[in-house]
Design a protein around this ligand. Structure first.
Ligand code: SAM
Length: 186
């Protein structure tokens, strides 16, 4: 990645970026960092590509890929920050393993995350959020901060709204957010 970006700036990844408002805004704000947005479907990714082109950002690339293949694209400890925003809830119990915040996915994320790296997750889905808090612990992560009402908490400082966040908070739904790191790291 550092060859592609032409520098060794810290790398942040958003998994399931959708139309990409969050990651393009973040990349615009932080030219001293590199960003990769991962999205499974071209139909959503195309919007991100348009924004990227308009803003001519050199610190942002996209991968049309499944989060399942994360370790194929990043070396061990290469990623400093992982963002998961409004990940699909997969409400049926038999689909729980497909949730991007299930233990299996936390363990996979841990493989590419730097020792001092962080994962941030936002959702309006309270039961998915509670599930995710438990799965993070089970996977050996420390939840360092969380809130069930982001927009009325101290964690709101510097918050960048995603497309789904704008929609759900306009409907009056509180937004949950957690920040986690791997146990034993500062
Ligand atoms: N993050 C955006 C937001 O907050 O506005 C989009 C949220 S949308 C509910 C979830 C997105 O994650 C969809 O665009 C979906 O295609 C993508 N997605 C779901 N599972 C994925 C996976 N396994 N790998 C990559 N992208 C995935």
């Amino acid at each position: 990645w550092s060859e592609l970006f032409g520098n060794s700036y810290p790398l942040s990844v958003e998994i399931g970026m959708g139309k990409g408002k969050f990651i393009t805004s973040l990349a615009k704000q932080h030219l001293e960092r590199n960003y990769i947005g991962i999205e499974k479907f071209s139909s959503a990714l195309i919007y991100g590509l348009r924004k990227q082109e308009e803003l001519a950002l050199l610190n942002l690339f996209f991968l049309r890929e499944d989060a399942e293949n994360l370790t194929e694209f990043f070396a061990e400890g290469e990623v400093e920050q992982i963002y998961l925003n409004f990940s699909d809830p997969w409400p049926k119990e038999r689909h729980a393993k497909r949730r991007l915040t299930s233990k299996k996915y936390f363990e996979r994320d841990a493989q590419v995350l730097a020792p001092n790296g962080r994962l941030e997750f936002k959702t309006d889905n309270r039961s998915l959020f509670e599930f995710s808090l438990k799965e993070a612990e089970l996977a050996g992560w420390d939840v360092v901060n969380y809130t069930f009402d982001l927009h009325h908490s101290k964690m709101a400082e510097g918050n960048i709204m995603t497309e789904y966040e704008e929609k759900f908070s306009a409907e009056g739904n509180p937004i949950c957010k957690m920040v986690a790191r791997q146990k034993g790291n500062t």
